[in-house]
Design a protein around this ligand. Structure first.
Ligand code: THU
Length: 143
């Protein structure tokens, strides 16, 4: 199911992430992040981190990306990449892996510091909408 890493134009995605990274608002950490993803209808979306004087309220680049996903019509993510201020590939933090999982197609591919990986590889045994659906289907079978 899903795309393989060979099907994806990773240079296009990485460039979108780098362009988004340039717009990061990072007065507190000085650590800009840009994220980009391919959506199942072919569009490319992106996001940057937006910090806050109340540090814990910082929005990761992935948060902006997910907002853009829905603000521009929704859909599911097929491929994802994330870069730091040097344009180097960055791993999404744990919270953001869960955020991405929610909006992923099955088998969504991520560019990571250790090669291309699926969402299930970077968030093994995840809890999310597919688990809720499976539970609902099981409950119906029993009744
Ligand atoms: N950051 C992201 O935007 N995404 C991640 O997955 C890792 C961390 C941001 C949050 C904060 O603005 C800065 O990087 C330093 O932690």
């Amino acid at each position: 199911m899903g795309s393989t890493s060979e099907d994806i134009k990773w240079d296009v995605l990485r460039n979108a992430a780098k362009a988004a990274m340039k717009n990061a608002y990072v007065p507190y950490s000085s650590f800009p992040v840009g994220a980009a993803a391919l959506v199942d209808d072919g569009r490319i979306i992106s996001g940057c981190n937006v910090e806050n004087a109340s540090y814990g309220l910082t929005l990761c680049a992935e948060c902006s990306l997910v907002s853009q996903l829905h603000a521009t019509g929704g859909g599911k993510l097929i491929a994802f990449t994330c870069v730091d201020g040097n344009g180097e590939v960055l791993m999404p933090c744990g919270r953001c892996r869960q955020l991405l999982y929610e909006h992923s197609t099955e088998g969504m591919v991520l560019e990571t510091v250790s090669g291309f990986k699926t969402i299930d590889e970077v968030l093994p045994d995840a809890f999310g909408p597919r688990q809720l659906d499976a539970y609902t289907a099981q409950s119906k079978d029993k009744s």
